[in-house]
Design a binder for this molecule. Structure first.
Ligand code: NAD
Length: 361
């Protein structure tokens, strides 16, 4: 695990105190170290099932022993005035329950992607946030990352003309494992697998690059029958979308093919190529309109701290959240439509908010 040599400084007196809920790979190696780069966010508490982790991580980050919580003690965060918000970084199938408990404790919630495994859970989370009058944000970091922000702007400005074709692919080859060993292959914690975990970046890109919602989706899934990695989840998920403008998108995602993470947008005048599109760092982006131009709009690694400060501003100043629970719900509805289409072997029609219409005759 990556730990700091000295506890991070707090920069503003109104800095938002976070309880980090779940000390796994992403929390420890990506997000917790980025608090150092924020203006208005700090780690106030940690929540983990491991007493050893609580001690080691608590010491490294200067978190006092009475701000180190076990899962059994979680409800006690309600009385801890140092904590303004809970950052839920647990396996996806646990997001809803632990976010709702945070709201019940009077805390704001920053929740990792995907928001939950069902639209019903997403709706329960949104309702709990409203009841508690607290903020809910989904940690879609690409909305704070310079390459993706520049791509959104270029597409709004019609830099490739009218958008006709979108292709996204998010794949990697998972090593040998099984549902008991790795939550990412466990249906109760990971849903269908690669789409929720990695393909969601392509799903998000297709939406924020076109600025449209699909009006229909047709999809295919594949699950080998003799591979413990895929005892409970899919190996590949592929879907085709049609947008009201007439643009179409093809999205593929896999846990069993060589690594890829790209988004291509082809319009009437040219193409935007993002490859890799949504990494932690190392993004590349080329605009081909007439000639070919490589774009370098900024350092992608600012996305983590900017996301935290955006949430902190919403908590302190009441500013609007760019990636609210409603966006997480919308995306989970689309995931449900993809699986429904694949299961039924037919095209699914959608309402503008991503709900499935009744089947075509
Ligand atoms: P991880 O497996 O590294 O960590 C999960 C943590 O949850 C571990 O500390 C584990 O001990 C704990 N845990 C508690 N109860 C558990 C249970 N019943 N089963 C399994 N683990 C349990 O996973 P991660 O990669 O840190 O992912 C955590 C969340 O963060 C997921 O929602 C994932 O989608 C999200 N994530 C987001 C990004 C991003 O770029 N935004 C990247 C990676 C992960």
């Amino acid at each position: 695990m990556k730990l700091p040599s000295s506890p991070p400084r707090r920069k503003r007196p109104d800095s938002v105190g976070f309880a980090i809920v779940g000390l796994g790979g992403y929390a420890l190696n990506q997000m917790m170290p980025r608090f150092e780069q924020t203006e208005r966010a700090h780690i106030a508490a940690i929540v983990s099932g491991s007493a050893d982790k609580l001690r080691r991580v608590g010491e490294a980050y200067g978190i006092p022993p009475d701000a180190r919580y076990s899962y059994a003690d979680y409800a006690r965060i309600a009385a801890d005035k140092r904590i303004d918000a809970a950052y839920i970084v647990l396996p996806t199938g646990m997001h809803a329950a632990w976010a709702i408990r945070a709201f019940a404790a009077g805390k704001h919630v920053l929740c990792e992607k995907p928001m939950a495994l069902s639209s019903a859970d997403c709706e329960r989370m949104i309702a709990a946030g409203r009841r508690a009058n607290r903020k809910l944000m989904i940690a879609y970091r690409s909305h704070f990352e310079p390459y993706n922000l520049e791509a959104m702007k270029l597409m709004r400005q019609k830099a490739v003309g009218d958008i006709r074709l979108v292709r996204t692919e998010q794949s990697y080859r998972m090593g040998p494992t099984s549902p008991g060993e790795n939550w990412r292959t466990n249906r109760a914690l990971a849903g269908g697998g690669p789409l929720e975990d990695f393909g969601i970046y392509g799903l998000q890109s297709a939406l924020y690059l076109t600025g449209e919602m699909p009006e229909s989706i047709s999809a295919t899934t594949f699950r080998p029958t003799d591979d413990p990695r895929f005892a409970e989840i899919f190996a590949h998920v592929s879907s085709q979308w049609r947008f009201p403008s007439g643009a179409v998108a093809q999205l593929v995602t896999s846990y069993d093919s060589a690594g890829a993470n790209f988004a291509h947008v082809r319009g009437t005048k040219g193409v935007l190529i993002m490859d890799p599109a949504t990494s932690y760092a190392g993004q590349k982006m080329t605009l081909e309109v007439g000639g070919s131009r490589e774009l370098n709009p900024g350092d992608p690694s600012v996305q983590f701290a900017r996301q935290l400060d955006h949430f902190a501003d919403a908590v302190r100043d009441g500013t609007a959240i760019k990636t609210p629970g409603e966006m997480g719900l919308r995306d989970v509805r689309l995931i449900e439509a993809i699986y429904a289409s694949a299961k039924a072997g037919r095209t699914v029609d959608l309402t503008p908010d991503g709900r499935m219409r009744s089947p075509r005759r």
